[in-house]
Design a protein around this ligand. Sequence first.
Ligand code: HEM
Ligand code: FPP
Length: 316
Amino acid sequence: MTDVTISLEGGRQDSREAGFGDYFALLKPRVMSLVVFTAFAGLIVAPGGLHPFLGFFAILCIAIGGGASGALNMWYDSDIDRVMRRTQSRPIPAGRVSREEALGLGLTLSAFAVIMLWLATNVIAAGLLAFTIFFYVVVYTMWLKRATPQNIVIGGAAGAFPPMIGWAAVTGDVTLSSVLMFMLIFMWTPPHFWSLALFMNADYDKAKVPMLTVTHGKRATRNHILVYTILLAGFAAAMFATPLAGWTYLVVAVVMNALFVRGAITLWKRDEDEAEADGYKAEKAFFKLSLAYTFLHFMALMVDKALFSFGIGGPF
Ligand code: HEM
Ligand SMILES: CC(C)=CCC/C(C)=C/CC/C(C)=C/COP(=O)(O)OP(=O)(O)O
């Protein structure tokens, strides 16, 4: 373990020796938990089956690959992370892990995860994992994030691939059903992130990251959240008419989309004085709801798959 004591302007300097927890934090474990869960859902709802050991190993590879992409994101973004309050105590800006170590860890784990997934399952799943890491690190982090307020709309595709990877690990292909799961996350990402940006705007402003809240203001961001949430609700409802979804999905989709649209309308109606006065309560609640939204939709798809296998429900 290395003791890094470089001086980093703005970062919260911490010269204690780096421990396992610091290297683990580089993998963005909290965010990746939902990424891994959606990959797991893709694997479960795919037709056919994988030996439980191989299935577990495939999910482990996706988790390692996702974590590695988080480390590469932190390697490249250490200058931004040093400026933003939310990210200042991450291992690199805090001075506990060097950029070189994060780069080395990210590249090694990426290669390991892709090769192992290939050996354990197939080239399509491994290729998708490699492409996802590339998309998050190169397309989103290195290019779009600092270039355009559409950064997360396009870059969000990276976070939408994991269920496709899980599906491909079982079937070895990319089909309409796996693309539908991709689309659900792809359309969910903008409301998920922009609600957070509403109460984290000062950070992005300070770091000069062109998030929509910075370039077009919070009013425009609230309008965008509403439009994307309505589009998402339409798409989520239409997914009921596909063989992937059953009655559990329908119930979850109706409840969660009603709540999500209601939340988006609440955010749309609020002005900044009101939001500041109550500490962005509604925005924070909407962000939390966004996490439950994805978790429950994918959970419902898995429950329906189990019910189908008992002959209950059956594809619509
Ligand atoms: C480009 C797309 C995305 C952007 C820009 C984005 C941005 C963010 C940010 C800035 C946070 C706060 C992170 C922190 O804790 O420091 C966050 C939290 C989170 N995101 Fe996303 N996100 C994206 C896509 C996703 C995807 C695809 C998933 C999973 C399917 C996801 C799951 C989560 C979770 C679970 C948290 C909460 C972590 C916690 O408990 O602190 N995000 N997101
Ligand atoms: C399997 C695999 C490779 C999965 C990757 C999934 C993926 C791309 C998730 C995106 C999640 C995320 C935290 C984006 C944050 O944006 P940011 O990096 O701008 O956030 P930050 O400010 O917290 O660093």
